[in-house]
Design a protein around this ligand. Sequence first.
Ligand code: HEC
Length: 121
Amino acid sequence: MIKKMIGALMLVSAFASCTKDNEYDLSQNSNNTCDTTAVSYANTVANIMANNCNSCHSGSNPSGGVVTSTYVGLGNIYDAVLLGVINHSSGFSPMPSNAPKLSDCDINKIQAWINQGRLNN
Ligand code: HEC
């Protein structure tokens, strides 16, 4: 009986945290303290990658064969995969690996960059 209750509790809290994340992400999109207008690789995304990803994903032997340090390298990552890993969505390897999630603002900027057509400059 107790085991069942603990199981149910864990299920409920897992579900609750999931819905909460989604709500949060949605509300962040209309948050105008994060500037997501005119996002390009050069003016925004390169910096986010340099600060959070390139330590593993650049050079001659990038982790997972994934390169985040160049525009071309990022171009090889599908939208759904890039968004999946930074949002820590189930079914994707959470990135940055073994480190906290990017800030909501950085995630929103990457989302905006994709929505705006992955501009280079
Ligand atoms: C500490 C090292 C490290 C950092 C920092 C890091 N990664 Fe990774 N990443 C890895 C390793 C190792 C793999 C391959 C194994 C795996 O998929 O977990 C990987 C895999 C990936 C993949 C392929 C996932 C797949 O399912 O094919 C993508 C995309 C990716 N990383 C993007 C990023 C992005 C974007 C960032 C920055 C927000 C980042 N990584 C930061 C180590 C890192």
